[in-house]
Ligand binder design. Structure first.
Ligand code: WTA
Length: 649
């Protein structure tokens, strides 16, 4: 049984939710009057241009509508409404990897966003509903661009800078985007790295929809310019007016798309709404991080992921907080970089991923002692299960044993936190995301839709809609309905399947056990095994391929590929060459984040008689586990032994 840590009493006294009674009270309110609960929140939190007619429209489930009939603009929520009370407050504190610093106040941010919004409208003809792809490093302009799109009602789709030209092209095409906003590059590990050449490569063919590229100069390295297509942000932005009226948006108008991996080959463009999304971003920011007016909040994610969307930009700004943005890696110039930043900026809430905690623990367990981290009040983690060892180090060495750790479970599709401790209320346990937030109806069920008993793994589901949920998969509503909502119903309504496994421990705490589908989680990045397999199968010498995740002490999971080659390939030299070629292919088609950790050339794959690859067996072999499963139903049972011999070679 794992130890339970009570919240710090002093902290609880001033927290927004002070104890479990208050938490339970809110939960009960949501259970007893579901719509009333959300209605109150939406009225209290959002500065509406026009009030909504209905709270929740379930008539076309699972295509739910929240706050239908209402009008708002997310940038008014994040900027405009703060100008009376916070105009000179720091909205964004940015630190470049090279040590450069920028502080942008709410008023400055408001003007920047307006100028860019005008530029998008006037120079690039971007209108409400148009899609704009952002391929940007971690610079304030990434936030300006998101908000400028939101201001005029354009839909942004951020593509993480680690994705390759091919992956970027797919996303530009799928969204039929009109414009790409990028940068020359930025700094990483002390050196400049480039983004613009990747955009050039991506737009080379098949992207007729996108005729313009706007380039932010960050590292001022030399780049090629395509006349008539490429424009420099730094030169154009000052010519635009700093006044721009926000476009009145319907509650359900899409705010952004964000592509994520699923269990089939093609990434899904997760579509989020305006009102429901911003409501939950703000609410969770307030309740889960308990950020106060003078606090400084730092989320280390990249804006290319949902965590960066909700907890670097939209959540903090919606509540009028100060958000920190950092450009580079945690290990530059040394492994104390982040702790130094916490000391210098007097960070109060710090939110990061288990993979980073494990890395910094391994590389510099005593490093935090060199810095004054006493400003910290709340620590957070996200993206993957955190192992108790890493949790304890985080708790003791970073938090000094006085900060709650909010282990937040959520997904690109959920828009914001779903299952998480509340720092002033929830007694926490290493490795547990604890309990659902009030209003979030989470259940763990078995294959037949029945709740699982304590200690037994099941599927983590959400049985009622919530405001910040995914609205659809861009251009593919059928896939949306099929991917997330099976046949299972509760009170006649479809149930949302998260794709994660979970269980209740003896105390009723929720433990997330990891994905139950063919998605793997490498350093907190979601990758579909089918996506990686499709790339590998393109190689002319590959006959068959199966990819599985294998536990990795730092990355959480590593990528293990089993490959059957066409014809004979038995010399080690040829194998090494082949490994290099396959990794090159992965880097080209997906990006470095999907590089293979291990490749095993095998004579065949374990398949059932109907031809289905038995991935469970492959996962066990990759882990080095003994095979206990029944292999007699395989088409060729001897293949398992043959693969095991190769692994142990
Ligand atoms: C995993 C990131 C355990 C999970 C916000 C989920 C977690 C996937 C946790 C979503 C957590 C996220 N504990 N696992 N606290 N948080 N996950 O879409 O498998 O990039 O389905 O969103 O990360 O990843 P995504």
């Amino acid at each position: 049984m794992l130890e339970i840590f009570e919240p710090n009493r002093e902290f609880s006294k001033n927290a927004r939710i002070k104890n479990m009674c208050e938490y339970k009270e809110l939960r009960m309110q949501a259970e007893e009057d579901f719509e009333g609960y959300w209605d109150r929140l939406a009225k209290e939190k959002i500065d509406w241009f026009k009030p909504y007619d209905t709270v929740l429209d379930e008539s076309n489930a699972p295509f739910y509508k929240w706050f239908d009939g209402g009008k708002l603009n997310v940038t008014h929520q994040c900027l405009g409404r703060h100008l009376t009370t916070r105009k000179n407050k720091a909205a964004i504190i940015w630190e470049g990897e090279d040590g450069k610093k920028r502080i942008i106040t709410y008023l400055q941010l408001y003007y920047r966003v307006n100028r860019l919004a005008n530029l998008l409208k006037n120079q690039f003809g971007i209108k409400k509903g148009d899609r704009v792809v952002l391929y940007l490093p971690m610079i304030p302009e990434a936030a300006f661009a998101m908000l400028a799109c939101a201001k005029i009602g354009a839909v942004h789709s951020i593509v993480f800078g680690g994705f390759s030209a091919d992956a970027l092209r797919d996303r530009v095409q799928d969204a039929n985007a009109k414009l790409v906003i990028t940068a020359d590059g930025a700094y990483r590990r002390g050196k400049p790295y480039m983004l613009k050449p990747v955009v050039d490569e991506a737009l080379k063919e098949g992207c007729e929809c996108c005729s313009k590229v706007l380039i932010v100069q960050r590292n001022f390295e030399e780049i090629d310019y395509v006349p008539g297509r490429d424009y420099v942000y730094n030169e154009m932005i000052m010519n635009e007016s700093q006044h721009c009226d926000p476009e009145p948006m319907d509650s359900e108008d899409p705010l952004f798309l964000l592509y994520t991996s699923g269990s089939t080959g093609k990434p899904k463009g997760v579509q989020h709404s305006s009102a429901g999304y911003i409501l939950w971003a703000q609410y969770t920011m307030e309740k889960v991080f308990d950020v106060k007016e003078n606090d400084t909040f730092w989320c280390t994610a990249d804006v290319g992921w949902i965590t960066g969307h909700t907890y670097i930009v939209y959540g903090p700004l919606a509540m009028g907080a100060t958000t920190v943005m950092y450009e580079g890696v945690p290990t530059f110039p040394d492994v104390g970089r982040w702790w130094k930043m916490i000391e210098e900026h007097r960070i109060n809430q710090f939110y990061t991923a288990p993979t980073a905690i494990r890395l910094l623990h391994k590389l510099g367990a005593d490093e935090p002692k060199k810095y004054d981290l006493s400003s910290l009040k709340v620590l957070g983690t996200v993206g993957e299960p955190i192992n108790p060892d890493a949790w304890m180090w985080y708790y003791n060495e970073i938090g000094g044993g006085k900060c709650s750790i909010v282990d937040t479970w959520w997904q690109t599709e959920t828009g914001g936190h779903m299952i998480t401790p509340l720092p002033g209320a929830t007694p926490i346990k290493p490795g547990s995301a604890t309990f659902p937030l009030p209003g979030i109806m989470a259940e763990i069920i078995d294959e037949n839709g029945n709740p699982t008993p304590k200690g037994e793994k099941g599927f983590l589901c959400i049985t009622k809609p919530w405001p910040s949920m995914i609205r659809t998969i861009w251009g593919d509503p059928d896939r949306f309905a099929k991917s997330y909502f099976g046949d299972c119903k509760k009170d006649g309504k479809p149930v949302y399947f998260s794709g994660d496994g979970a269980m209740y421990d003896d105390d009723g705490y929720i433990i997330i056990t990891g994905r139950t589908d063919d998605v793997i989680n490498v350093s907190g990045h979601r990758l579909g095994t089918a996506e990686i397999e499709a790339v590998l199968a393109h190689h002319q010498n590959v006959a068959e391929v199966a990819v599985v995740g294998r536990p990795d002490p730092i990355k959480g999971e590593g990528i293990f590929a089993y490959i059957v080659l066409k014809g004979e390939e038995d010399s080690i030299g040829e194998e090494i060459e082949m490994i290099q070629e396959l990794n090159k292919q992965i880097t080209k088609e997906i990006g470095n984040i999907a590089k293979l950790d291990d490749i095993l050339f095998v004579p065949g794959l374990p398949k059932t008689r109907s031809g289905k690859i038995m991935r469970r067996i492959l996962r066990s072999i990759a882990k080095g586990e003994e095979i206990t499963q029944d292999t007699s139903t395989l088409e060729d049972p001897t293949i398992v032994g043959a693969i095991e011999t190769l692994v142990n070679r």
